[in-house]
Design a protein around this ligand. Structure first.
Ligand code: NAG
Ligand code: NAG
Length: 139
């Protein structure tokens, strides 16, 4: 699974066209058991919406990636979500149409710390961006 993500990353660096994915914040800090909203933005069309929307958001853990949210051809695949995030991730569907991926992660655990990657692919191009989350446990 890692390999095709890398492939998408390589592709995205070549398609230096008009399609971009941004993070609104590059790093977040939150306390264990609290919640956080991670946010990415991507280029939307001035007219109409995307027919082929692919979104893949995951936590890049050492030697594996844990999927938080996956959309293929505009359809959500909740089954692909890693059990670490089961029942703890909510997506704001209203703002998704405006090109905003807002992932609300609740009941944070220290093992949720790490790099979060979202890859977005549409008929206009592909892009990805990473943000960092640090979950602070009890001192
Ligand atoms: C991405 O960031 C750039 C630079 O800050 C900005 O010009 C652009 O409008 C942003 N695009 C989206 C879709 O957020
Ligand atoms: C989070 O919740 C767990 C289980 O209720 C508890 O053991 C832990 O101390 C809490 N952590 C913090 C930082 O409050």
């Amino acid at each position: 699974m890692i390999s095709w993500i890398l492939l998408l990353l390589i592709l995205s660096s070549c398609l230096c066209a008009t399609f971009v994915v941004n993070v609104t914040q590059s790093s977040y800090e939150a306390e264990e058991n609290h919640s956080i909203t991670l946010e990415w933005t991507f280029t939307t069309r001035t007219q109409g919406s995307y027919r082929e929307l692919f979104i893949h958001c995951s936590l890049l853990a050492p030697h594996k990636e844990l999927v938080l949210y996956h959309v293929s051809e505009g359809v959500e695949f909740p089954d692909s979500q890693d059990e670490q995030f089961s029942g703890r991730v909510q997506i704001d569907k209203d703002v998704l149409r405006e090109g905003r991926i807002r992932l609300h992660v609740s009941r944070l655990r220290t093992e949720d710390s790490g790099l979060y990657l979202c890859v977005v692919k549409t008929e206009d191009g592909v892009g990805s961006e990473i943000c960092r989350l640090k979950v602070l446990g009890e001192i």
